[in-house]
Design a protein. Structure first.
Length: 463
């Protein structure tokens, strides 16, 4: 897709993504109409690419519309979308866009909110979960079409908790007590992200910070990371990692490996771990001694906490993500029908690519309100071995997981700070401040002050 109207927008996008100051220009554009569209997908793993191509082939056979699929690594998306905007050659549709990505595209006027709203209305607004629509809307405008979501998990060893007489770790107090009690005999009380340069650390901290009612900004946009609620979140996280976890920086791979080896009593991760925990992926199988004879042993002996409550929290809270389809400004007419197809006929195969982390936020159709939730229940998970998650975890666990995308929270989005959220994910000031607490270089109050000042500086650049 090529639209002259995108050229005037490229400058602001590059400004937001790179911090470069340049002079803007303007141009007028028009919508195009063709039988060919370009679709970018942020799902670049080989098996998911193959599955996406199969869905697209069926769409083309049904409609005659040719689709040029371009797979993009999520980390490279900001620079690639900026360069494409500068060249006036944006795709018609982008798939698997994060909430922060949607807000950044919106702030730079690269989305066709009318087209995305039309898709939602055609499919049936009441067939989507209200929370997903809320997080992908702004001032009554539907910025993107929400597809699937997931909520962060605290995974814990049920057998160790039962032996110690400990309750499920769903509050700060219970987590701290369990971590201290079970941090013995070569087993860490908890493993969670601490690497200062990882988005995973930001996600993990935000999960626990939300639990204590720690917010990025207030409703006016004032940065509030030095609030008492946030200071307590920094203190809690720092004490937990410094006193009852493994030494050294922990990231997405090391935390999983530690828990899989049976060397941690608790783990904070996304639900994408569920198939691996069940031994369904050859290159990421549990390695605990009991797992040698039963690859699913750790899954059978793990419990899952979704929402957590801190001492200053008014109710349990949970971090999560929603992935969306986004029709971009200047898109060819078939873009809307393509997204409709991906949320209807092609939908079960789309979320079925990795159901452990793709809970459909379109629950069904006007005729069958639970059609897609029912299909998700039987979607086989795994890479090398396939089986429905219900065969491993049971209905009670899955029901809890399914509810997560309906209730989770996020920093900044409902306060209209989506552009700032996208910017801090690029610079990661919060994980950097957190690392000082974990490493004993700073106390919680000083770290919270540093985080506030750094985010305020980023906000000035964004605005």
């Amino acid at each position: 897709m090529s639209s002259p109207s995108t050229r005037r927008l490229a400058i602001s996008l590059i400004l937001a993504l790179t911090g470069t100051s340049v002079a803007a220009c303007s141009d007028d554009g028009q919508k195009s109409d063709s039988s060919r569209i370009t679709v970018w997908s942020l799902e670049d793993v080989a098996d998911r690419v193959a599955a996406t191509k199969a869905i697209i082939a069926d769409y083309t056979a049904k409609t005659g519309v040719q689709v040029n699929l371009v797979t993009v690594n999520e980390d490279q998306f900001p620079s690639l979308i900026a360069s494409s905007a500068a060249a006036g050659d944006l795709p018609d549709v982008v798939g698997s866009v994060s909430l922060a990505g949607v807000r950044t595209l919106s702030a730079n006027e690269l989305l066709d909110a009318d087209a995305n709203g039309t898709v939602v209305d055609r499919l049936g607004r009441d067939t989507f979960t209200p929370r997903a629509l809320e997080l992908t809307s702004d001032g009554g405008r539907q910025l993107a079409v929400p597809s699937d979501g997931w909520g962060q998990l605290l995974v814990y060893r049920k057998d160790l908790f039962a032996a110690a007489g400990l309750p499920a770790p769903d509050t700060y107090e219970k987590i701290a007590a369990a971590a201290a009690e079970l941090n013995t005999g070569g087993v860490a009380g908890i493993t969670a992200a601490t690497a200062p340069g990882d988005v995973f650390t930001q996600q993990t901290f935000e999960h626990l910070a939300l639990a204590n009612n720690c917010r990025l900004t207030d409703d006016s946009g004032k940065v509030t990371l030095d609030s008492p609620e946030c200071v307590e979140a920094f203190r809690f996280y720092g004490d937990l990692m410094r006193n009852n976890s493994v030494k050294g920086a922990q990231d997405v791979d090391t935390t999983r490996a530690t828990y899989f080896a049976g060397k941690a009593a608790m783990l904070i991760w996304s639900p994408f771990i569920l198939d691996e925990l069940a031994g369904l992926r050859a290159d990421a199988r549990p390695t605990c001694p009991q797992c040698q004879s039963d690859p699913a042993w750790l899954a059978k002996n793990s419990g899952f906490v979704t929402a957590i409550k801190g001492p200053n929290g008014t109710e349990p809270a949970q971090y999560g993500e929603v992935s969306s389809w986004a029709v971009l400004d200047g898109a060819a007419d078939p873009a809307k029908s393509f997204v409709e197809y991906m949320l209807s006929d092609g939908y079960p195969r789309w979320f079925g690519m990795s159901p452990e982390g793709r809970f459909p936020v379109r629950t069904g159709t006007p005729e069958d309100r639970q059609k897609f939730r029912t299909a998700w229940n039987t979607s086989p998970a795994g890479v090398d071995t396939k089986k429905p998650l219900s065969e491993v975890y049971g209905e009670d666990v899955l029901a809890t997981l399914r509810r997560s995308p309906d209730t989770f929270q996020r920093w900044g989005l409902t306060e209209n700070q989506g552009k700032l959220v996208g910017a801090i994910l690029g610079e990661l000031p919060v994980p950097k401040a957190l690392a000082d607490v974990v490493g004993g270089k700073s106390d919680a109050r000083a770290a919270a002050e540093r985080a506030r000042k750094d985010v305020e500086a980023i906000a000035k650049g964004v605005n």
